[in-house]
Design a protein. Sequence first.
Length: 383
Amino acid sequence: MKERSNEGAHGAGDPLRCFFDSVDSTALEEDDLEVPRKSPSSKVGGPSPRLINRFPTPSTDPGRKRSVVITVSEDAWVLSTPVGIASYLRCLVTKEDHVKMNEVDALCLFNEAQQALNRASVLHLETFLRYRDELSQLKAEVKELAEKREMYKLLNEQREGEVKNLRAELDTAKKEHAALVEQVNIFEVSDDGLCMVTNGQNSQVHQKLDRIDQLRAEMDEVKAMAEEWKSKIDRLASEKETAREQLASTEVQLRAVREKEEPRSQKIEDLQSQLGSAVAERDTLDKDLKIAKPAVEITRAAVAEMVAQYRADAESRREALEEVHARGFDLSAKIKNAKRLKAEAKKLADPEDEEGFEGSGESVDGKDPDDPGDETGSSKDQA
């Protein structure tokens, strides 16, 4: 850490330094000025006895000069702003203010200055402690960062070593591969296929060639499997498209069926409502039937009695009509004989009226409306 100079944070123009310089110069300029003191009997309260014992009264000798030495620590630069404001306000003090200030007891001013210094020292201590904590925290962070830096540096060196080793292994493998390519000769041994033969007796070369053949066979198998899976995928894709088309057609058919079923469903709902109303009517009729059944039984008994009475009346009337009918036939024969005799008598009395006789004959043959036989017939019909 870099220590601060005695000039403060603002250098030679530090307001704190200027303030104390002005205080010193003022003390030197006003060394012949007598400082008045307040009497103990004054109305204004004087300083406490502890302060009087701690800070002795100034000398009344006008020829004696007294200089005040104030030690300022290096960290007092934090008070530069308030001290600068105080020095600025001090410049605004007029002569009248100086006269009034001179009338005040010097001991009170000294006490106020001492209190201000105490407050400044407390503030300085708090600031110092806070800055010390921050400094320790920053030192710990710097130490941690340094440790991380060293660790990362070691890891980087390890990775660089591993990379160098891998590069060396890669170069060695390339050289071995080039040597193997130079040693291997591929030529046609028979018509069945190509065989790889080496012109050296190195067993490692044979092993690598066998490994190459094995890998080629596996690669061919993988290719065949890939082709098979590709064909399966194509087939599944075609089946998927077909299924999509079938699904679309099924959806269209289902939509058409739904459109057709809508009126049917409406009819079914109407029929269900009608059935419900019919069931309700049936229930109502059942209730009415149960209620009317006793009345029907009573009415049936009354009707049976009336029918029996009517049958008895009809039987008696039938018997009476049969008697009247038998009597009616006998009277008609007598009437016919009387008419015939009357006609003959009239013919004998007036032979010229033949036509009238014929008409009367017709009337005799026909049924006279005043004939009692007709009345009996009509009465029979009524019966």
